[in-house]
Every structure is written in C-alpha cells, then in structure tokens.
Design a protein around this ligand. Structure first.
Ligand SMILES: CC(C)(COP(=O)(O)OP(=O)(O)OC[C@H]1O[C@@H](n2cnc3c(N)ncnc32)[C@H](O)[C@@H]1OP(=O)(O)O)[C@@H](O)C(=O)NCCC(=O)NCCS
Length: 180
C-alpha cells in the first residue's frame, strides 16, 4: 500500500528537522541546488533555527515539509523576490528517494504555489539546472514552461540553468465556466 503523504508549513521549532532535510538533499542531489553540503554542514544549528522561525511567520518566504506516515521526507522553499518585480519562486525542492514517484513532489509544488497565490502571485517561477533532466521533466509535467531566461549557475559557471514559469489559474476562469 502506498504511504500517505502530507505537507505542512514549517513550524518555528523545526530548525533541526530543516537542517536534517537540507543536508540530506545536498548529500543526495548536490547537482540540484545552489548551496553546497559543506556550506550547510558548516552553518550553526542556530542558523537553521532562525530560518525555521522566520519561515514559520514570514509573509515573504517560507518552507513546506513533506511527511510520509508522519516522518519528514521532503522539502520546498517558497518566496517573493526582494525586487520591484516581486516575482514568486519555488526552490530547493527535494523528495527522499524512498518515496519518489508517489506525487510528493507535486504536492509540495502545489502547496507552495497555493501559498504564493494566496499572497497575490499570478505566476510561479522556478530555476532548474539544465543538466537536471528529471527535474525539468517533473516541472514540465506540472505545467511549467520556459520563460526564455537562461543563465550561468553561480556555483558552477560552466553550467546553465533555465527559468520556468507556471501561471496561476485565475478566479475569472470560474466566471467563464459560469457563463457557459
Ligand atoms: C524532482 C523530484 C522532487 C520529484 O519528486 P517526486 O515525489 O518523485 O515527484 P512526483 O511523484 O510528484 O512526480 C514524478 C514525475 O516527475 C517526472 N520525473 C521525476 N523523476 C523522473 C525521472 N527520473 N525520469 C523521468 N521522469 C521523472 C515524471 O513525470 C514522474 O512521473 P512518474 O512518477 O509517473 O514517472 C525528486 O525526483 C527529487 O527530489 N529529485 C532530486 C532533487 C531535485 O532534482 N530537485 C529539483 C531541484 S530544481
């Protein structure tokens, strides 16, 4: 039987869980993220505690945790960029290998997107490393498409990343269906 998957916003006291998931993701999939495992391991526990506390309360950036049968098994970040365009991003998506292909990734992206949309986002953006073909296929399957933005990855300047976007369905579409 498939395990039950749930997603909840990070709580202020989950710094240790956040650290565990971040380091697990950087250890397992270092090609997918801007940060390195060494950077995460060298950060104080207090850094993760402060981030968890901020992400539990902030209106501009947060994290969501995936649970399988109550155990933390995945992570995603959601934030509004600190710039006039105020674009909404999902980032740092990771699902533990043991529970992949069970739609946990989709649940994380959709929950993070809903949170951003509730705060006013009409488009959700995600940077994907070009070499991460699995993630590219995953996001395309969820309706993300290219923006045309393509840039070198700061951590690995010989590699590139592509900016994808998905439009948030607008309330107007229900008016359309009401009109028949
Ligand atoms: C990408 C990732 C989050 C997907 O998580 P998941 O829980 O397996 O995702 P879902 O079950 O919701 O969706 C899986 C779908 O994505 C696509 N996909 C994911 N991995 C794939 C792969 N190895 N090959 C082909 N398609 C793949 C497929 O459409 C797949 O559907 P399927 O399970 O029916 O084959 C997970 O593979 C992961 O954590 N990868 C390492 C970290 C990473 O790359 N993060 C993204 C950073 S941008």
């Amino acid at each position: 039987m498939s395990p039950s998957l749930t997603v909840r916003r990070i709580a202020a006291d989950q710094g240790a869980v956040f650290r565990e998931l971040r380091t697990a993701s950087l250890r397992e999939a270092p090609y997918a993220f801007g940060e390195t495992l060494e950077e995460a391991l060298s950060a104080d526990a207090s850094t993760f505690e402060a981030t968890a506390a901020r992400h539990a309360a902030s209106a501009a950036s947060t994290s969501f945790i995936l649970y399988t049968e109550g155990h933390p098994a995945g992570l995603i970040g959601a934030c509004f960029e600190d710039a006039p365009s105020h674009r909404a991003f999902v980032s740092e998506l990771w699902v533990a290998p043991a529970v992949r292909h069970l739609r946990g990734g989709e649940l994380l992206v959709n929950t993070a997107s809903d949170w951003l949309a509730a705060a006013g986002a009409t488009e959700i953006y995600a940077w994907i490393a070009d070499e991460n073909r699995n993630a590219m296929r995953f996001y395309e399957r969820l309706g993300f498409g290219p923006t045309g933005e393509h840039e070198r990855i700061p951590r690995a300047p010989d590699q590139f990343q592509t900016l994808l976007v998905r439009h948030v369905p607008q309330a107007a579409s229900s008016d359309d269906s009401a009109r028949g």
